[in-house]
Structure formats: structure tokens, C-alpha cells
Design a protein around this ligand. Structure first.
Ligand SMILES: Cc1cc2nc3c(=O)[nH]c(=O)nc-3n(C[C@H](O)[C@H](O)[C@H](O)COP(=O)(O)OP(=O)(O)OC[C@H]3O[C@@H](n4cnc5c(N)ncnc54)[C@H](O)[C@@H]3O)c2cc1C
Length: 440
């Protein structure tokens, strides 16, 4: 568990990080391991709740580089074999092993997973302070930005500041810097989604054999993440240890008339209305008080990197989580921003150039992720040329995997168009060997 630091926060450091979610923790680990003096300020007490429990196996290569894979394995999170979608009555399945992944995806309780990463950051030498809320940043001296914070560890609500050379904003959907720069853009309202999610005890789960199983069979039959379309949105079903996460994603427009006190009824009604979900939950019990709501969450930010700051993870962008890219983005952004910061600490005169390179990389990745997630809605706010360049660098098996993933839903249009324009679309791609068997 994250150790609660009771010492004073230094008045200066090399890199100050706002937020201790996966993006902030991974950046702190990388920098601390390289001997950089890094201070991380997190407003919550860890472990704290977070949504986003499905991890695709791509994250392992970053976890290996950060030296945290063994700790993740020892935690005993549920290993998943892939995903199954039931989209407009059509069944589709992906198995990670078929695409060369030696290690599984995971279903993680995010309070535990995020706490593990932040504790690892502390173990690596990062100075982590929870219950400290960043309030303002002053960039008037570009060499030493000043970060103002409220230290809430004691009742006094002590106010102070810290000077740093570089600032990483990993404040998640709070988008701390983009809000102060006014560079946060909401995606066109027609493409904007919201989510309602909650937890059930004793749900059955969907196995890799496309059948439904009682929770105690999890060691015998590997689970998959199950996703089903629902009206103009979709719903996830993710089995965890001791509970199951179920979440509804719907276009924000369709939810406008639902009052806050009607949310739980709306959510439960949707779960009952979808036959596959209703059957999985037939003897499950809703955990009272577990319903949560995230409105208007599809956004992106401009100017996410500058000569002395970097916005990473959800602090830079977020779109519909259909392909579970959130954690992967957080790990990737942490890696590239730290590369740029470490180079800048060595060769300060080049720091603007490094930040521009980093911005290009991150916008490319977010653009790709957004184009894929909002596949049937066009590529709003996406730099097509950047994304095409990235697609060209992917190996044939990765392209095949993304194509298949995009066809699991009806969101393949953008990917097909961009891949065709990039000259990597191949009509000979093997297609699904599918029967529509699903016994839930
Ligand atoms: C409905 C939904 C479902 C999702 N499902 C998945 C999924 O299945 N798989 C997946 O990979 N991703 C999923 N995601 C996305 C995933 O949860 C995020 O991408 C991930 O949490 C991003 O990590 P982060 O570190 O950027 O932000 P966060 O995890 O949000 O961490 C940010 C931290 O910053 C702290 N903070 C904020 N402001 C301040 C401040 N002013 N001062 C100090 N600290 C501050 C917060 O307390 C928080 O701990 C989902 C997201 C949503 C909304």
C-alpha cells in the first residue's frame, strides 16, 4: 500500500507530477529509476476507486520496462483470454493468443492495481504525497514553473508551493492544465458519450468457450470481457474477484431527460432489457450504492506538450473506452514524455524540440485510438496524416488484430479508410471463422 508520507514537501524538484493514477505513477517510476528528483502530488487517499478494469495484453511490455510485471503477476488478478461481443445480434470473438500474445489480458480491481503502481513508484524513490491538491501553476518563469497546492494531510489545509523544471499533468479527466490553458475540446455532442456503471455480487461470467459459467469455475474456464450493443451504445460485463463490473455507455444526448434520482432505475432496467446480461445476472445481487456516473467524457486537448510541461493519460484526451485503450495510453504517454523530459534535462537548449516530437507521438496515438473508438462517427479532431504514418509502422499481425477488433462492433469505417489510404489494407485478410453460437 502507498505509504502515507508525513514529512514536508520539498520546495523544489526536477519534475512535479499532478496525479497518481497509472499515467502519473508510471512517469514517476521511470523518472525515479533514472535518478531524477520527482515529486508526485495526489489529491485522493490511496487506494481510491477508479473505473476501467479491462486491460489488453499490450500493457505488459511497458510493465516489464518499469520492472513492475512480477508484482502485478503476484497480485493474482483474473487473467482473461480475449473478448466476445454480441453486437446487433452478431457474435464475434478475439483470442489474444492467436495474435502472438504470450501473456493474457487482465481484469483488475483498479483501486488495487493503481495502488500497486503508485507504491512501486515510492519504492523506486519517487516522493509521493497523497491528500495534496494542486490548485494553480504559474509559468511566468519558464525555467522554474511554480505549482501551488493545498496540503490536506492535516486539518489546517496548509497552502504552499513548489518550484520544478518540468511539470507532468496526469490529473485524469480533471484535465488540470488544459482547463487552465482553455485547450480542452469536447467532441461534437453527437459523438459524446457518458457512462453509468455499478457492481454485482454472484454474477455468472462469459467463458472463452462462449458459454456462461458460475464464478467458481473461473480457474477451469478462462473468462473474456463481454460487450454487447445496446440501443446506440453498448454495455460491458467484466468479472472481477468477488464482484462483477457492469457498465452502460450511451450517447449523452439520449440521457438528457434522465434525472439523477432515476439513474439507478434506468441502469437496472437496461440490464434487465438485454437478454444476455439479464441471464448472466439472473441470480446476482446489485451492490447497493455502487452506481457511478461519468458525464460528457469524450474530449481531446490541444497543445498537450510544451517546453516545460506534458499532459499525459486522460489529462490529454479520452474517448469511448470500447477497445480498452485507456491504460495502454497512460503507459505509452508516460514512456514517451519521460524520454523527452530526460533528454531535456540533459540538453536544455533542445527542450522545445523534444516536446514537439513528444506531442506528435502522443497526438498520433490518441488520434488512432479516437478514430478507432468512434469508428462509425468519422474522425473528429483527428490528424489523419499522423494516424496514417503510425498505421504504416504496425506489423501485419497488429494490423490484422486491429481490423478484427474494429469489426467486432460496427465501428470499422475509420480504420478501413485510414488503412486503405496508408496502403496497408489487404483484402486477403483472413476473415472470421464464425458461427453465431453463444450459450449464455
Ligand atoms: C466508463 C469508463 C470505462 C473505462 N474502461 C476502461 C477499460 O476497460 N480499460 C482501460 O484500459 N481503460 C478504461 N477506461 C479509461 C481508464 O480508466 C483511464 O484511461 C485511466 O484511468 C487513465 O489513467 P490516468 O492516470 O490518466 O488518470 P486517473 O486514473 O483518472 O488518475 C488521475 C489522478 O489524478 C488525481 N488528481 C486529479 N486532479 C488533481 C489535482 N488537482 N491535484 C492532485 N491530484 C489530482 C486524481 O485523484 C486521480 O487519482 C475507462 C474509462 C471510463 C470513463
Amino acid at each position: 500500500m502507498v505509504k502515507l508520507a508525513d514529512n514536508k514537501i520539498s520546495t523544489q524538484c526536477d519534475v512535479l507530477i499532478i496525479g497518481g493514477g497509472p499515467a502519473g505513477s508510471c512517469a514517476a517510476i521511470e523518472l525515479a529509476q533514472s535518478g531524477v528528483h520527482v515529486v508526485l502530488l495526489e489529491r485522493a487517499v490511496f487506494p481510491r476507486n477508479q473505473v476501467g478494469e479491462s486491460l489488453i495484453p499490450h500493457f505488459w511490455k511497458f510493465a516489464d520496462a518499469l520492472g513492475v510485471s512480477e508484482k502485478i503477476q503476484q497480485q493474482g488478478f483474473i487473467a482473461k483470454a480475449g473478448g466476445i461481443t454480441l453486437w446487433n445480434d452478431r457474435v464475434r470473438q478475439i483470442s489474444f493468443a492467436k495474435y502472438g500474445y504470450q501473456r493474457p489480458g487482465l481484469h483488475v480491481e483498479r483501486d488495487i492495481f493503481d495502488d500497486l503502481l503508485l507504491t512501486h513508484a515510492q519504492d523506486c524513490g519517487a516522493q509521493v504525497f497523497c491528500q495534496v491538491v494542486v490548485k494553480k501553476v504559474d509559468f511566468s518563469d519558464p525555467d522554474f514553473p511554480v505549482v501551488y497546492y493545498f496540503d490536506k494531510r492535516n486539518d489546517e489545509n496548509y497552502q504552499s508551493s513548489i518550484h520544478c523544471q518540468y511539470l507532468i499533468d496526469a490529473s485524469g479527466h480533471n484535465t488540470f492544465l488544459a482547463n487552465s490553458f482553455k485547450t480542452r475540446r469536447l467532441i461534437n455532442p453527437k459523438l459524446n458519450f457518458l457512462s453509468l456503471w455499478g457492481y454485482f455480487k454472484n454474477s455468472r461470467y462469459v467463458g472463452v468457450d462462449r458459454k456462461s459459467h458460475a464464478a467458481h469455475e473461473i480457474t477451469l474456464i478462462k473468462p473474456v470481457t463481454f460487450v454487447t450493443s445496446y440501443r446506440s451504445g453498448w454495455l460491458w460485463h467484466i468479472i472481477l474477484r468477488g464482484k462483477t463490473s457492469v457498465g452502460l455507455i450511451i450517447p449523452a444526448e439520449q440521457f438528457r431527460s434522465v434525472e439523477p434520482e432515476q439513474r439507478e432505475r434506468y441502469f437496472k432496467h437496461a440490464c434487465e432489457e438485454i437478454p444476455s446480461i439479464a441471464r448472466l445476472l439472473s441470480s446476482a445481487k446489485f451492490i447497493e450504492g455502487s452506481l457511478q456516473f461519468r458525464p460528457n467524457y469524450s474530449y481531446y486537448c490541444e497543445n498537450i506538450c510544451g517546453e516545460n510541461y506534458y499532459c499525459i493519460g486522460d489529462a490529454a484526451a479520452f474517448a469511448d473506452p470500447i477497445f480498452s485503450h485507456g491504460i495502454q495510453n497512460a503507459f505509452y504517454n508516460a514512456a514517451v514524455s519521460c524520454m523527452a523530459i530526460k533528454a531535456s534535462l540533459k540538453h536544455k537548449k533542445n527542450r522545445l524540440r523534444y516536446s514537439q516530437l513528444c506531442e506528435t507521438r502522443m497526438q498520433q496515438f490518441y488520434g488512432f485510438s479516437r478514430a478507432l473508438a468512434l469508428g462509425d462517427y468519422g474522425v473528429h479532431g483527428v490528424n489523419r496524416d499522423l494516424v496514417k504514418t503510425m498505421i504504416k509502422t504496425l506489423s501485419p499481425i497488429e494490423i490484422e488484430l486491429i481490423r478484427v477488433a474494429s469489426e467486432m462492433t460496427n465501428r470499422s469505417d475509420n480504420f478501413r479508410q485510414l488503412a486503405c489510404e496508408a496502403g496497408v489494407w489487404n483484402d486477403d485478410f483472413s476473415s472470421y471463422e464464425d458461427d453465431d453460437f453463444l450459450a449464455l
